[in-house]
Design a protein around this ligand. Structure first.
Ligand SMILES: CC(C)(COP(=O)(O)OP(=O)(O)OC[C@H]1O[C@@H](n2cnc3c(N)ncnc32)[C@H](O)[C@@H]1OP(=O)(O)O)[C@@H](O)C(=O)NCCC(=O)NCCSC(=O)CC(=O)O
Length: 300
């Protein structure tokens, strides 16, 4: 996967300017299901928004709705509206368009750096360090080497391997990731972008965090239900708040939990931690989750 180095920065998040506040984005990784990855659309929308704000402003929040499935066969246009330029806050509205229709609407807000005596955060959960854990790819190779693995599970895992995801993921509790038995709707991953991004560009790190934060997020809501498989799942909205500086090309801990599911929908909330325990970002998302019972027990 070495050729994926910096693919996030050089292709996924590198938009082509067509006109003032109008950009075109292309795809790198399209998940199974043949709809565009939500994190890519959010990340690119944030890139487009950030291009129209001054360098002394930093994204502090974004709120998006995924209103149509993204078509992997055509590029996405990003149209930025300069909603307001205030004294310390600046707001942008971005519409992602394909076939003449919006697929995502996004509001992003930017703030100047303002110090304050108010300062607190939760404590980062204590977990094994990334050096002591296996990547998703290593775990898959391990499962594939088991002699009693079912043919359909093998096919599924090989398809997962073929997915050239431009982020590295190390599940803290792999059985949760593969949903082997009923578990609390909570999961923890170490995540980082493949390749070098460098320290300087916080705007870019926020965009990469938007990309990374959608990966396997909604799956948290399925953890209590190993006997059900999603027959249709898609994120409906995605919100993020950025709290501190961070580097997405260094390991960050993604703590995900789902406080609620019902009515064919599930809510997930996440926290992205810097390795030194600083809370970098918070995320939340609601998704549609239509499930069907699993016929035979998983042989993973
Ligand atoms: C959420 C939406 C589908 C809602 O649109 P609609 O209201 O028109 O759609 P819908 O829910 O009625 O129908 C969607 C599909 O479900 C079927 N369907 C409808 N009602 C059903 C029911 N009660 N039981 C079972 N299936 C049902 C429909 O036939 C259709 O299938 P059929 O399609 O076969 O006709 C759409 O807004 C959308 O696609 N938004 C984009 C979502 C997205 O791309 N998110 C980012 C990627 S997801 C991601 O990145 C994270 C992740 O995957 O984890």
């Amino acid at each position: 996967l070495a050729d994926l180095k910096s693919v996030l920065v050089t292709s996924v998040l590198n938009l082509e300017m067509l006109d003032v506040d109008l950009y075109r984005g292309t795809h790198h990784w399209v998940p199974r299901g043949q709809r565009l990855f939500g994190g890519q659309i959010v990340g690119q929308a944030l890139v487009a928004a950030a291009k129209s704000v001054n360098d002394n402003l930093f994204a502090h929040s974004l709120h998006c709705y995924f209103v149509r499935a993204g078509d992997p066969k055509v590029p996405v246009l990003y149209q930025v509206e300069r909603t307001r330029d205030g004294r310390s806050f600046t707001v942008r509205s971005v519409k992602a368009i394909q076939h003449g229709q919006p697929i995502l609407i996004c509001q992003a807000s930017f703030h100047t750096l303002q110090p304050s005596p108010l300062q607190h955060q939760f404590t980062m959960p204590g977990v094994p360090q990334p050096e002591d854990l296996l990547t998703v790819e290593e775990l898959i190779h391990l499962y594939l080497s088991k002699p009693d693995i079912a043919e359909n599970a093998k096919q599924g895992l090989n398809k997962l391997l073929a997915n050239e995801v431009p982020i590295e993921v190390k599940p803290v509790n792999p059985p949760h990731f593969y949903r082997l038995s009923a578990a609390e709707p909570k999961q923890l991953f170490w995540v980082r972008a493949r390749g070098h991004i460098g320290e300087g560009n916080m705007k870019l790190h926020c965009c990469v965090a938007a990309y990374v934060s959608d990966y396997a997020f909604l799956g948290t809501a399925l953890l209590p239900y190993p006997n059900y498989r999603a027959k249709f799942s898609a994120s409906l909205d995605h919100a993020m708040w950025f709290h501190s500086t961070f580097r997405t090309d260094e390991w960050m801990l993604y703590e995900c939990e789902s406080p609620w599911a019902g009515g064919s929908r599930g809510l997930v909330q996440g926290r992205l931690w810097r390795r030194d325990g600083v809370l970098a970002a918070s995320c939340s998302q609601e998704g549609v989750l239509r499930v069907k019972p699993v016929m035979e027990p998983s042989k993973l």
